[in-house]
Design a protein around this ligand. Sequence first.
Ligand code: PM9
Length: 460
Amino acid sequence: MHTTYKRSWAEPYKIKMVELLKMTTRPHRLKAIREAGFNTFLLRSEDVYIDLLTDSGTSAMSDRQWAGLLLGDEAYAGSRNFYRLEKTIQDCYGYRYVIPTHQGRGAENILSKILIKPGDIIPGNMYFTTTRLHQELAGGAFVDIIIDEAHDPLNEHPFKGNVDLNKLDQVIKTHGAAKIPYVAIATNVNMAGGQPISMANLRELRALTQKHGIRIIHDMTRVAENAWFIHEREPGYANKSIRSIVHEICSYTDGATMSAKKDALVNIGGFLAVNDWEVFEEARNLVVVYEGLHTYGGLAGRDMEAMAIGIEESLDNNHIRARVGQVEYLGHMMENYGIPIVKPIGGHGIFVDAKRFLPHLSQDEYPAQTLAAEIYLDSGVRTMERGVVSAGRKPNGENYYPKLELVRFTLPRRVYTQAHMDVIAESAAAVFARRNRIKGLKMVYEPKYLRFFQARFERL
Ligand code: PM9
């Protein structure tokens, strides 16, 4: 008789050095969150117990990456590490020309300045804060063409990052292809809850845009996580490597911006990669204005070495399985407590639906901002608002009111253990149990750009 035993994943690494965490008391946290204007971005990290603010620049580097730091060639021009990074990007992602930048938004700034003219329209599969701001600062306007399912936290569509091709067709008909410098495609759409785009959808998108001579620019910040979902969910990909799936995704696009602080497992870094020589030439010219010479783009040689090694490690099947597996583990625990989360569970964190968690608060009382502050107060776990505060204002000054009002429990890569996941879920459950007694917030200070970073609030 054959018995099939369960085979769990486990972290594909062991721990060689630890960083001690600080436990705090509730009175300490109350003082800290008040001083921070109820904005988790304004907390001091030493007042945080488990930090789920972001997966950006917070991952643990491997021993090989740390060793790579010692191989930094800190020449001003032509650093050996740049050539290694360039070759790694060409080999792993297939893009022809590479410009390093200090982080993702450095690449967004340069690309937007080159491709967008005032009055242009940039359709994309949901906005991202910094990306849309750079598009707007260059005189363009973002138009959302993601499928409707992406705006519904309960919808279990396996590829909520997909583009609605009819919506794109309509945008092209309304504005004309000449007004559309590119379609902006993010892999594993952050603001939708870490949701993937399918290869089939990308292929169809490629066919449609080619017909109109429109480029596709790829925000590949979390491309490996997207590849994992294709591997798991899309017919024909179960036996393919993450590396080959990532390469295929990139092959349907004309260029990419990357915040290497996420998938690529480094604490700082990014790049712009393109296939078009003219765009590259202009980017190589602009990078010296905003970032640094084109062979370092605001990075030290050692940072580029660590990034090249991180890119290779990020494409390992066992790594990505455990990474997404940990997110799923946390999500399932939260579901067991009845906490409303975005489904399906995404790649880089659990997105709690603040509208359903705190249904008695209107969006003008900032339910997600409130919930993030309450979670911190309960346990010292720091999360991030991804709702009306993050969405900011339109160029005409009106508020954007996004359908999704979420709190993101973002998991840094290779940093926390399964026991931490238990503690996090228990804290969310404790706040959920007393949700009816939670009051909202009012904004008392609002910066002009990307207000979620520095806005301040008071309790109502
Ligand atoms: N994302 C995040 O926490 C860090 C800053 S919050 C605005 O999710 C995408 C999809 C991102 C992203 C940053 C950037 C910008 C571009 N695209 O932060 O400049 O998730 O490296 O990248 C953050 P940089």
